[in-house]
Each structure stands twice: as C-alpha cells, then as structure tokens.
Design a protein around this ligand. Structure first.
Ligand code: KIV
Length: 264
C-alpha cells in the first residue's frame, strides 16, 4: 500500500479518484481501517459524542484529542492522520500554534479547524510554521450553541455564496483540505469545482473529492438514530473489516453517497 500524503490526496483530486476517509479514535480500529484501504483517518472531536456520551463536542479538551491521536497513531504508524482542534483551542493564532503543535507531537499529520474568514490569519500562521491545515465549513458542530441545532447549512443562495467565498479565502490562506458538512449536494459540487484543494464531504453530496463518515455511523452503532447522510455498512456485510472495505469500494465507485443520503 502506498503512503498517503497531502500531495497524493491532491493528485487523487486531479485524477478524479475518490478519497475514502473515516473517523478513528483508537489503535485497533485505526489498524483495521488502514488495512481495508481507508485513505486517511480523522481523530474527530465527535469523540465527545460517540466515545464520551456527550450531547455536543463543546466539552472536548485538547488533552482528550492528544490522547486519542496518540492511540490512532500507535495503531497505524504509516497512515495519514488528521486531528481536530477542539472548541476554543484556536481562539487566537498564538493559542492555535501551541495547541496544534501538541497534536502534531501526538502523531497528527494535519490539524482541522471549524470556521470561515475569521480563521485566515490562524491558517496562514499555522501553514507558515509547518502545520498543515484542513478547514471545515457548512455545519460547524462546535458552534451548535450559536446555530441553535444541527441543521443543514447553505440552503439559501446568499448563505451558499458566502460558504463558497469562505472556502476560497481559506484555500488562499493556506488550507490544504476542506471538510464540507451537511450542505446541499449542489453546493458541494460547486465548491469542489471552484477549489484546487480536495474537498471531503459528510452530507455534502456525491461530487466532493472524497467522503468521510463517523465510524460509529458507518457501523450502525446507534440503533436509535442514523443520520440521513450515513449508511450502516456493517448491516450489509457482517464483519468490521468487510464493512470498512465495502465503504471504501462504494466511495471509490461513486455508489456512496446515493441520492437518499443527500440534501437538496
Ligand atoms: O469530529 C468529527 O468527526 C468531524 C467529522 C464530522 C468530519 O469533524
């Protein structure tokens, strides 16, 4: 298996090859996912929800993120690993440098930040100091208390235009990857076509350069609720390894997400 780097992800975009990624929080799952061909893993602050049983990602700390990043790196020494910067750990550029450095020391190859134009100075500063950045637009779970719930974003033309403008600003600031969460499929396509960096969608339609799912959704682990954009691959396959493999194959073939997983 060839090593994944930001350059190889960029090449995949240029060649029209879909990128398949999953969130990971521990060594065993990180090893299994990597063996099944997942292109990269995100140590998401969604661990607040799926590991810690919280109702939002807001209480997740830098220490939590460092701990889980260390474990994922231990399980998959060669993998490309992105670590989420938790709520308020990048409130100022100076804070972001110190906190991102902790995540890089724990084994991350890149850090992810949620937000729009207010992050341009931070992203520029991180990139200049040798820390690759993944931006995150659309639904921003760390801002749930401002948004007032987990809602699809960018449905109105003005909001859609603003999201595209922010994506271009963050790319110009030095972001090398962009996660787009819960936006209409048409907007996911438009942003992907306008940007030169790869876009990774979660509920952003089939036309982003890649897809990401929270591991627990991919495995149908919450029997009470499966988000519209997710699919239980374990139910279709019967083993953990084949669930990850099947997900990767369906993303690569453009079969996932299907129309029923997309927002209009
Ligand atoms: O924390 C997370 O798992 C994420 C994904 C939803 C992309 O940010």
């Amino acid at each position: 298996m060839s090593t994944v780097t930001i350059a190889s992800l960029q090449k995949m975009k240029q060649e029209g090859k879909k990128i398949a990624s999953v969130t990971a929080y521990d060594a065993s799952f990180a090893k299994t996912m990597t063996e099944q061909g997942v292109d990269f893993m995100l140590v998401g602050d969604s661990l607040g929800n799926v590991i810690q049983g919280l109702s939002s990602t807001v209480p997740v700390t830098l220490a939590d993120m460092v701990y889980h990043t260390t474990m994922v790196r231990r399980g998959a020494p060669q993998a490309f690993v992105i670590a989420d910067m938790p709520f308020m750990s990048y409130a100022t550029p100076e804070q972001s440098y110190q906190n991102a450095a902790e995540l890089m020391r724990a084994g991350a190859n890149m850090v992810k930040l949620e937000g729009g134009e207010w992050l341009t100075e931070t992203i520029q500063g991180l990139a200049t100091r040798g820390i690759p950045v993944c931006a995150h637009l659309g639904l921003l779970p760390q801002s749930v208390n401002v948004i007032g719930g987990y809602k699809v974003q960018g449905k109105q033309q003005q909001q859609a235009d603003q999201t595209l403008a922010q994506a271009l600003q963050l790319q110009a600031a030095g972001a090398q990857l962009l996660v787009l969460e819960c936006i209409p499929a048409g907007l996911g396509k438009r942003i992907t076509e306008e940007l030169t960096i790869p876009t990774i969608g979660i509920g952003a339609g089939p036309d982003t350069d890649g897809q990401i799912l929270v591991m627990h959704d991919l495995l149908g682990m919450n029997s009470d609720y499966l988000p519209k954009f997710a699919k239980d691959f374990l139910a279709e396959t019967g083993s953990l390894a084949s669930a990850f493999r099947h997900y990767v194959e369906q993303v690569q073939k453009g079969e996932f997400p299907a129309p029923e997983h997309c927002y209009k």
